[in-house]
Ligand binder design. Structure first.
Ligand SMILES: [Zn+2]
Length: 299
């Protein structure tokens, strides 16, 4: 049996097939082609699903708020044309599947499920996946299962305020961790300091220099990590989660961010559990979303 998962993004649709035992069988991708309209996007998803040999079921990760009961995307700033479409029914019709076997999930939640099933979080009871990209996203695994909360937004760590009165965030609040520790924010902080010299704001080079020597680059990444750690301390205090899996593009700098992250957590949380707290890089990269979307089909 093959479980097919699709990760629907604003510019690309990534997909793949995996066995229930976790063996990856195939991958595929297409341009989303949003400009061609919602019907085109639905056709493309169905085409990919068929190509990958989907059998009776399909998992779909989407970058927005999912209405699980209705099988549609409630709100989705990057995919406006897909909002409130009967997504599950439309795909079920195109593929002749039982709508109950089309499973929708928010993409960050799906990525957390993916890392828990086949990535860094394998075998962990609890974890928070934190994605550092344009923003700071997250997905929460509690007691071995994805926890999405009543409205599907659990695990969205990006809007925990760590600097009251700080920089304005897209959400309307000020000083959210997203304004301090996303890839975008880290690049801005680097540019403000003129780091790295010669190409300010280049995070790959910044991380390389931070690894190489104990200079201003390492200091900046420690500070960025610490701000992220302040937000994660609330997770440790509230849920006693001790494993943080760090993904997204900027997650590639986890090795140099982790000391700051742990310092931030220790500064704002307490107890013996701190000895177990770990920040580890995500393993699956761009595959996490489709793998996690397919995960429910493997059960
Ligand atoms: Zn915010």
């Amino acid at each position: 049996m093959r479980c097919v998962g699709i990760d629907l993004g604003g510019t690309a649709i990534k997909a793949g097939a995996v066995t229930p035992a976790g063996e990856i069988l195939a991958r595929g991708s297409r341009a989303t082609g949003l400009e061609k309209g919602a019907a085109h996007v639905l056709d493309t998803i169905a085409e990919l699903a068929r190509e990958l040999g989907a059998q009776g079921g399909l998992g779909l990760g989407v970058p927005g708020l999912v209405d699980h009961a209705r099988g549609r995307i409630e709100s989705c700033p990057n995919l406006k044309v897909m909002e409130r479409l009967p997504l599950r029914e439309e795909l079920a019709r195109r593929l002749s599947f039982d709508p109950a076997r089309i499973v929708l999930e928010n993409d960050a939640n799906a990525a957390a499920a993916g890392e828990h099933w086949l990535g860094t979080g394998r075998g962990e009871r609890d974890l928070l996946l934190v994605t550092l990209g344009t923003g700071v996203g997250g997905g929460l695994i509690l007691d071995g299962k994805l926890y999405v909360g009543r409205g599907g937004m659990a695990g969205e760590i990006g809007h925990v305020v760590v600097e009251p009165g700080g920089r304005a965030c897209g959400c309307g609040a000020k000083g959210c961790v997203e304004t301090l520790a996303s890839a975008t924010a880290a690049a801005r902080r680097a540019r403000e300091l003129g780091l790295p010299r010669g190409n300010p704001g280049d995070l790959v080079e910044l991380a390389r220099l931070a690894r190489a020597s104990d200079g201003p680059e390492r200091e900046l990444l420690l500070a960025v990590g610490r701000d992220l750690g302040y937000a994660l301390a609330t997770v440790v205090s509230l849920l006693d989660v001790r494993t943080f899996v760090i993904g997204g593009g900027f997650g590639a700098a986890t090795d140099v961010l982790a000391p700051g992250v742990l310092a931030g957590i220790r500064a704002r949380s307490y107890g013996e559990r701190l000895a177990d707290v770990r920040g580890r890089p995500a393993l699956l990269g761009a595959d996490a979303g489709w793998i996690g979307a397919a995960a429910p089909l493997a059960r």
